[in-house]
Ligand binder design. Structure first.
Ligand code: ADP
Length: 222
């Protein structure tokens, strides 16, 4: 699948591009509406495909632990900026709180950390209809060589029933499947997060109450 990813992505991008051209060119409402449906279907398929490719790369051992120095604040701010339009659209507030003892620069796998944070924040916004999403960063524990970075993503969303809090980390596991039409997604996000954390020798847990919200906490050595 990884080898033929280009062959799948290219025609799909072609479909998406042509649908966008039709939408821009047309003055007819019905055609614009149809083109819109075409665009969102193509985007959904492209997203699913990208998620599957990401997973294939992890499963085939292509993703390696690679550490570098980076500024945590910038990494989190970048993700918040990316998701702010979606949060604003839903009137959900989106904030970050980095505790004072977290050093400005950390050494860790920046790319995987970025993917994990984006995934958790996107879910938090997706499954929250009102209230807030807040990301906290703390240092929870230190031994002689490593500090432990703890990131918490907390939302006031729909919550997850107790008996489902393990299942959500399985691949293709979704508590609100697409046929219900409520939330889009593939059920690959948290599985991918878990696999990334395996590479990083980190951990993740969830606490949640239905109707009140969820709190995902993960730690990685830095
Ligand atoms: P996706 O978001 O693509 O459906 P994930 O693997 O990221 O897949 O999540 C799996 C399922 O876990 C979601 O479909 C949803 O039912 C539940 N879930 C994940 N994050 C949250 C959250 N913050 N609040 C409520 N439910 C959540």
């Amino acid at each position: 699948i990884a080898n033929m990813s280009h062959d799948i992505r290219t025609p799909l991008t072609g479909l998406l591009g042509m649908a966008q051209i039709i939408q821009n060119r047309s003055t007819d409402r019905e055609t614009q509406h149809d083109a819109n449906l075409l665009i969102s279907s193509a985007e959904e398929l492209l997203n699913l495909f990208n998620e599957i490719i990401e997973l294939v790369q992890i499963e085939s051992g292509h993703i390696k632990e690679k550490r570098e120095d980076f500024a945590l604040f910038n990494l989190i701010q970048h993700n918040i900026n990316l998701l702010m339009p979606a949060a604003k659209h839903k009137h959900v507030s989106l904030d970050m709180r980095i505790s004072a003892d977290v050093p400005e620069y950390l050494n860790a796998n920046k790319i995987l950390l970025d993917r994990i944070i984006l995934n958790l924040l996107s879910n938090a916004i997706k499954f929250t209809e009102q209230g807030s999403v807040v990301l906290y960063a703390n240092l929870s524990k230190a031994d002689t060589d490593n500090l432990l970075l703890e990131i918490v993503v907390e939302d006031t969303g729909i919550g997850i029933p107790k008996d489902k809090q393990d299942v959500i980390f399985d691949h293709f596991s979704r508590l609100n499947p697409s046929y219900q039409g409520l939330y889009k997604g593939s059920g690959l996000g948290l599985y991918t997060v878990k696999r990334y954390l395996d590479v990083l020798e980190g951990d993740i847990r969830v606490e949640s109450q239905v109707g009140k919200g969820s709190r995902f906490t993960f730690t990685i050595p830095v």
